[in-house]
Structure formats: C-alpha cells, structure tokens
Design a protein around this ligand. Sequence first.
Ligand SMILES: NC(=O)c1ccc[n+]([C@@H]2O[C@H](COP(=O)([O-])OP(=O)(O)OC[C@H]3O[C@@H](n4cnc5c(N)ncnc54)[C@H](O)[C@@H]3O)[C@@H](O)[C@H]2O)c1
Length: 308
Amino acid sequence: MAFFNQICRSFSTSSVRNVVIKHVTIIGGGQMGAGIAQVAASTGHSVMLVDTSDDILKKSIKGIEGSLKRVAKKKFADKPEAGQEFIQKVLSNVSTSSDARASVQGADLVLEAIVENLKIKQGIFGALDKVAPAHTIFASNTSSLPITDIASSTSRLDRFGGLHFFNPVPMMKLVEVIGTSATSQETFDSLMNFSKALGKTPVSCKDTPGFIVNRLLVPYMMEAIRLHERGHGSKEDIDIAMKLGAGYPMGPFELLDYVGLDTAKFIMDGWSAMDSGNPLFAQSELLNKLVAEGKFGKKTGEGFYKYK
Ligand SMILES: NC(=O)c1ccc[n+]([C@@H]2O[C@H](COP(=O)([O-])OP(=O)(O)OC[C@H]3O[C@@H](n4cnc5c(N)ncnc54)[C@H](O)[C@@H]3O)[C@@H](O)[C@H]2O)c1
C-alpha cells in the first residue's frame, strides 16, 4: 500500500520535479520573515517580502539594512566602500509588497512567517493557492502548529512542507525541514537544497509537535520553571548550573526571557490541548501569572528577570 501511495504521489507530482528555488516570496516581514529575507537575498535569491502595510515593510527593510551594516562592518572591516557595495547589492535583491496575492506570481517558493495562528495561516495559504503558479512550493515557518493542518487549506498537499528557521536567522545555522505524509520527495528535496543554498544546515523532521528542537527544548524549559516552583532551586542558580554544568550558552530562564514567555505559553497551551495527559505538557502557574501580567521577557522589559 505504501508503495502504491508512493507511485500515485510521484505521478501526481511528475510535472514538479526538484524545483530549484530562486524566487522566494516571504509572507510576514517580522523578526523571522525579515531575517529569512536577509539571508535569502545575501545568498543571491530574489526576494519579495510581504506584510500588511508599507509602514511595516519600511521597518523590515530598515531592520535588514541595520543587520547588514553589522555584517559588513565585520566582513569588510578595512574596506568600507566594499561593505557599502555589499549592502546595496543584497538590498537590491529584496522587493516589498503589501499585496500578497499579486506577490506570488513568479515565486518558486512561498514561505510564510506570520502570526502563530492556524486560522490566519490557513486563510492566507488558501487564498494564495488559487493564484500561485502550479510549480510553486508552499512552506510555513511555524514553531508549533502541524504543517498538515496548515496545508489542508490548499490543493497542493504534495508541494507543501515546513521550513523552520531559528532566531536570529542570520546567526543560527539550523533549518528543520518538515515533510508531511503528503509532501512529495521532489518538494522535500527542493526544500533541503534551498536550505543548503542559504548556507544553513538542514535536518529532516516529521510533522510532530515541536519537530526536533522545540520538542526537546520547550519541555526542558518548562521543567526548569517547575523545579523552581517546587522550591528546588532559584532561577539564578538553575541558570548558572545549566551554563556551567551542561555547557549551555544561556540558562533556561534567560532563554525563556529571550524567546518570549507569551510564545512559550502559546506553544505549551497548544500541545496540552492536543495531548492533555502528557506530564511534559503540564501547565505552570508561575508562567501563566507572568504572562497575565504582561511580563513576556526581554521584549517587554521584564520576564523572569528585569531588563530596564
Ligand atoms: N520568533 C521566533 O523565535 C520564531 C522562531 C521560529 C519560528 N517562528 C515562527 O515564525 C512565525 C513568525 O514569527 P515572528 O517572531 O517573526 O513574528 P512577528 O510578530 O515578529 O512577525 C509577524 C509579521 O507577520 C505580519 N503579518 C501578520 N498577518 C499577516 C498577513 N495576513 N499577511 C502578511 N503579513 C502578516 C505582521 O504584521 C508581522 O510583521 C510564527 O509562526 C512563529 O511561530 C518564530
């Protein structure tokens, strides 16, 4: 049966063999979308960056320019003109649009990095599926939602996968490439090759909650909070212990503040709704309290620690 399914799949995708991804449309110009746009443009891809307004897109481009300046300062320390040339060349590879539907014409890949909300992601992919070329691969950068559920709003299940980048994208080498049970081998290979073309190291993941990294990291961070809640260690000592004892660059509370407590809670809420009996996904009163108080971590000036 598996063999039969495979044959059917390869017939259904026979016109879409190993798409070489050159033109990328990125939906969402926030932290992740702008970072992915920067890396794709720096590696010679043509990028169309899409967000809901021109004002947001101006900020995204400004952010990319600022980040490129820091790269240029290091890379061309003795040659400021070459650095300036590098920045202009990369920026010339990026166009912007607030019209998502018009932006996908000519795209080999539509990569979505918008708000972590299933209905909104399904809505945008459903609309783009009707207007994107047949060969265009769709991918989501979701951290916690099943790719299968997002893809279900489209009719290109064989050309749909996950590309999960890490923050900050220009610095972090890993990309998790997620294939669903319907993703064709050609699509999966194209996504792996694209990740390598970005200078990243891809790993292959199944469409399971948290893929690899977050599936291990989020329960670890939650257990650190529970350990502290049980009175078995101060947050400072737990952070020191994991840095000096396990060699981690950040302790779990520092990492939670960096990731965002709201994001951690959002992921945990989703997973405990999917698998409520799993003790790894148990709620934390302390995390819930901090989030209710708007203490999301570094971005709000306070989380487990204060940053003001
Ligand atoms: N922040 C992280 O550390 C991280 C890491 C990996 C993956 N992710 C995932 O990446 C995605 C984006 O996260 P982020 O941190 O960049 O969020 P963000 O809030 O910084 O950016 C989201 C952007 O999407 C835009 N947007 C919202 N709806 C839109 C629409 N319909 N059309 C076009 N643009 C729209 C928003 O205006 C915003 O600029 C989420 O799915 C998140 O789970 C985040």
